[in-house]
Design a protein around this ligand. Structure first.
Ligand SMILES: [Zn+2]
Length: 377
């Protein structure tokens, strides 16, 4: 197998985009923030909404490749924190015209979902990437994340200044979704229309209503205890706050690596204004690096949600939407092929700051798997 020489990118000319003009190596984006620090901590996250699809696989391997390259280039110990979001909704119920959800974690707790089925694919991928890269990782469930002290401090600041934060986290309806769940049946109101958020001294009180069990409250103390679901914008802002705090907590350079859909407008309209509103000095903001988007043939993001809702779409073979199928058909050598590719992305700015279509990936894998016909899978 000679994947490096077989890459279809050898025939491509890469257009240098904005940030690629500024940088010679992707490490240039980390260098200043890492100066004088003892270590690099890279954080990434994924919703546990089933078996990872190809886009998630590529993103996670790119995170490890970036970690390995940065560690070598800057000579600093580097580790990865993987935030596993078991608070992703897994069940939707329409009760009197209002939508209520239960999370992946809740349904695992009650035996309605299988833990191994939800988490096994991610664990297998993380274990492979750790072995391949030599970079260690921690697996952090949302239940732990939501209780971390800096995360709670940030929650309290948002709850204490809802007038400033709701235009950022809920520009459509002005309802910040910091939601409790019914203590009896764990239903959570999706719209949060009955939610009341009250900032108290050292705690946030969340009041809501269950269609079966009536009114309830959850007390969320900065010092611990209680549980709440933070939706994506709130969680994203809390993560920025946490990573800023971890510069001092761990004498670390904090880096957040996420898919490219968290760059652009999300970073400009949600994360950046919120970090400014929280009063975090720009020098303490985490470094944000975005991994290439994998698109279908129409240019849209490869979407598991679309696949689940509509079956195969945009002429995609199932192996691109399901890691189990990918590994069953091609074994772990396919991870090796992807690894070879993403290690090039990790180094070269012009390869990192772009998208790749599924046709590009198909050509890449075809070239590395000469005896197999990927297109017929
Ligand atoms: Zn209930």
């Amino acid at each position: 197998m000679t994947p490096t020489s077989a890459s279809p990118s050898d025939q491509l000319i890469f257009a240098p985009v904005g940030i690629a003009h500024l940088t010679g190596d992707n490490t240039d984006l980390v260098r200043a923030a890492a100066a004088g620090r003892s270590r690099i901590r890279i954080t990434t996250a994924a919703q546990l909404n089933g078996v990872p699809h190809f886009g998630t696989v590529v993103t996670m391997l790119t995170v490890f490749a970036l970690a390995q390259h940065t560690a070598e280039a800057l000579g600093l110990p580097t580790s990865i924190m993987f935030d596993a979001l078991e608070n992703a909704p897994a069940e939707h119920l329409d009760i009197d015209g209002d939508i209520y959800t239960r999370s992946v974690g809740d349904l695992i707790d009650t035996g309605h979902l299988d833990h191994a089925e939800r988490v096994g694919g991610f664990e297998q991928l993380l274990a492979w990437a750790k072995q391949r890269s030599g970079i260690s990782y921690e697996f952090r469930p949302y239940a732990v994340y939501q209780g971390l002290r800096p995360i709670r401090e940030c929650l309290h600041q948002i709850a204490s200044n809802l007038e400033e934060f709701t235009p950022i986290v809920a520009p459509r309806d002005g309802i910040a979704r910091i939601r409790p769940r019914c203590p009896d049946c764990r239903l959570m109101q999706k719209s949060a229309k009955d939610l009341r958020i009250t900032a108290l001294s050292g705690a946030v009180r969340l009041d809501s209503h269950c269609p079966h069990h009536g009114r309830y409250s959850e007390m969320v103390h900065i010092d611990g205890g209680g549980w709440y679901d933070a939706n994506t914008p709130v969680r994203s802002i809390q993560k920025g706050y946490l990573l800023a705090a971890e510069r001092d907590l761990y004498d670390a350079c904090s880096v957040s690596v996420d898919g490219a859909d968290w760059g652009g407008s999300w970073h400009a309209s949600v994360l950046a204004p919120a970090l400014a509103q929280l009063g975090i000095p720009p020098a303490d903001w985490p470094v944000s690096i975005f991994t290439p988007l994998i698109t279908d043939r129409t240019g849209g993001k490869l979407s598991k949600t679309l696949y689940v809702a509509h079956g195969t779409y945009a002429d995609l073979p199932e192996l691109f939407l399901n890691l189990d199928v990918l590994l069953a058909q091609h074994g772990e050598q396919i991870l090796e092929l992807i690894w070879t590719e993403v290690t090039r992305w990790a180094t070269e700015p012009r390869r990192l700051h772009r998208t790749y279509t599924i046709d590009y990936i198909t050509a890449l894998l075809d070239a590395g798997l000469p005896t197999e016909q990927l297109r017929s899978a």
